[in-house]
Design a protein around this ligand. Structure first.
Ligand SMILES: Nc1nc2c(c(=O)[nH]1)N[C@H]1C(S)=C(S)[C@@H](COP(=O)(O)O)O[C@H]1N2
Ligand SMILES: [Mo]
Length: 353
């Protein structure tokens, strides 16, 4: 790097512009993260349409986080001389401003690092990822509000200044790095980028497998039957009986919280048809229980999902009987549902009173 190119980066025009880009990336990441939290962990209404909404919001969540990494590196490079300014603290207001930067940096590092580890399905820590990642997002948001408020006048002035070619070159490099990070990974969720995304963490042709039957310790007993239970009744159904019920086909994506997604053609029995067949009550949530006793072996379908004609207990994918890894003998597949709730290896449906 030419020396002028390097020092040109240490400049308010450059750091303001990078701050603006980072602000956009963080805002997208935060809003889509809240949506994902609501869809998975709250009873707030999450719609069943459009069927690919979660695929888009969660793809944006992960991709905006990935784009933020090179932008953050560039921003740190731009401002690091200022981080060691002396005196460290000039006034209470200045202490608050600098404290917010410290908190912001620590929290942003935590979010980006845990997020990247999560999409790599690596959990080198003891805490429960979604809870920690969600809580720290609020710390980022709070510290960012203080930071933006403190810097707003200077940032506006800097953004209004025309930058010179050296500075523009640095910004262009940062922009190209962010765009490169996006292109290299977006194939995990954008089908037409699959071939040009060398770092797409899930882009196998066909439907990726998140957790195999072996990894989940699932063994389907030879006398497997599906149990449907409700207050005051229960009924068991064999696989032959499921196959004899009216079969529906729906083109729906698996959209993993890790950001990858893929669409497939699912065939099976409508959950609403199945409950009617069993004589179970309608309009209630349904708890789905899997042969997998792990963390993702349970989920709940809210009433709107139970009633939706696209919510299936799938027996087939792309015309083939489900493979053991995709959930044989049957799995839930519902429109606009986070992948983690598309429960595989279903053994029991409990209609909740
Ligand atoms: N029982 C059970 N169902 C599960 C899982 C699991 O670990 N156990 N993983 C979930 C997750 S995180 C995703 S993204 C989808 C992936 O489905 P696939 O492996 O068929 O692509 O299955 C979901 N269903
Ligand atoms: Mo997932």
């Amino acid at each position: 790097m030419r020396p002028r190119f390097r020092s040109a980066a240490h400049d308010p025009v450059v750091s303001s512009r990078l701050g603006l880009w980072l602000g956009v990336a963080f805002a997208v990441c935060f809003v889509t993260g809240l949506a994902s939290h609501a869809a998975q962990f709250t009873t707030l209404p999450w719609p069943t349409r459009p069927v690919g909404l979660y695929r888009v919001t969660q793809g944006l969540h992960v991709l905006s986080g990935i784009a933020a990494v090179p932008l953050l590196v560039a921003k740190l490079w731009s401002v690091y001389p200022k981080l060691f300014e002396r005196p460290a603290v000039r006034s209470p207001a200045h202490a608050l401003e600098r404290g917010a930067i410290l908190v912001l940096l620590a929290a942003v590092f935590f979010e980006l690092a845990t997020g990247v580890f999560n999409i790599a399905q690596s959990y080198p820590w003891r805490f429960y990822f979604p809870a920690a990642h969600y809580a720290v997002a609020w710390i980022v948001a709070g510290a960012l509000v203080v930071h933006v408020a403190a810097k707003l006048p200077a940032t506006r002035a800097a953004l209004a200044t025309r930058s010179d070619p050296e500075r523009r070159a640095f910004l262009r490099t940062a922009g190209v790095a962010a765009a490169g990070a996006l292109l290299a990974t977006a194939g995990s969720t954008v089908p037409w980028l699959r071939r040009v995304s060398p770092l797409a963490w899930r882009s196998a042709s066909g439907l990726p497998v998140n957790r195999t039957a072996a990894a989940a310790g699932v063994v389907v007993p030879p006398d497997w039957r599906l149990t449907i239970a409700w207050a005051g009744g229960r009924r068991t159904v064999s696989l032959d009986e499921l196959n004899a019920l009216p079969q529906r086909t729906a083109e729906l994506p698996i959209a993993c919280v890790e950001g990858w997604s893929a669409s497939a053609s699912w065939t099976g029995v409508r959950i609403s048809d199945l409950l009617a067949f069993a004589g179970a009550p309608t309009g209630l949530p349904v708890r789905v229980v899997s042969l997998d006793n792990g963390l993702y072996g349970r989920s709940t379908l809210p009433p709107a999902y139970v009633a939706d004609p696209l919510t299936l207990l799938a027996l087939r994918v792309d015309g083939e009987v489900l493979s053991p890894d995709h959930g044989y003998p049957c799995r839930v597949i519902a429109p606009n549902r986070p992948g983690v709730l598309q429960t595989k290896w279903v053994t029991r449906l409990e209609v909740r009173a």
